[in-house]
Ligand binder design. Structure first.
Ligand code: DC
Length: 210
């Protein structure tokens, strides 16, 4: 049974692609960003400081029910998640849960920032999904307009660039492609085309491995 690792920056399309891969190959799926989002939201709701390692670590004990809270998907929660995720202690606290999901008997698809490098370095197929910051900001912008919000494109682009910088430059498990990852740039692809390309890349990799 196969383990598929999907990494990439925010709004690259990695979540949609990972879900589609899980459904195509009949594998269970874990969005690991949700765990960091749950920690970030817990810190904020306690009135604590996401940049403080002790506060962030205390929030790793969040109840499972929180993983169904719609506020986890909010843009602001993504920023909090990125801030708590720089603390190595937080990453360690969330490690066992992700690793046990990755090694379960039936195989799995996980998406995040460090799946191919840290959580599942022996994954059968690794994808690194990218897109230009402008393309990603424009996707987020359209999503928010569709939800009835009135976002500022410039603020959205600035947030995406700041989050990329934090996720890429942190000392522990930074966002970067594994050496054996297959790269997929979705800047100029529709989501359907990106999904088809991802399925073709992973199928090719799994077939080559026999
Ligand atoms: O994938 P996402 O946007 O839901 O992730 C939110 C933040 O969580 C991201 O900016 C960095 C952090 N994260 C991480 O450090 N490692 C992961 N495997 C997943 C997310």
């Amino acid at each position: 049974m196969s383990v598929i690792a999907v990494d990439g920056p925010s709004a690259s399309g990695k979540g949609t692609i990972a879900r589609a891969l899980a459904s195509h190959f009949g594998l269970p799926y874990l969005d690991t960003g949700l765990l960091y989002r749950a920690v970030g939201l817990t810190v904020a709701r306690s009135g604590d400081n996401p940049d403080n390692q002790v506060d962030a670590l205390a929030a790793c004990d969040f109840p499972d029910i929180l993983l169904h809270d719609p506020e986890l998907r909010a843009e602001a929660t993504g920023g909090l998640a990125s801030r708590v995720s720089v603390h190595p202690e937080v990453r360690t606290a969330l490690l066992a849960r992700q690793c046990s999901f990755a090694v379960q008997d039936g195989g799995a698809v996980l998406d995040g920032r460090d799946i191919g490098t840290v959580i599942a370095p022996d994954a059968d197929a690794k994808l690194f999904i990218t897109a230009s910051a402008e393309a990603r900001a424009s996707r987020r912008f359209k999503e928010m307009i569709a939800q009835g919000d009135k976002p500022s494109f410039d603020n959205m682009l600035a947030d995406i660039i700041a989050r990329d910088a934090r996720d890429t430059n942190r000392a522990t498990a930074p966002l970067k492609p594994a050496e054996d990852a297959l790269l997929l740039d979705t800047s100029d692809l529709t989501i359907d085309a990106a999904v088809q390309r991802a399925i073709a890349l992973v199928s090719g990799k799994l077939e080559a491995a026999g």
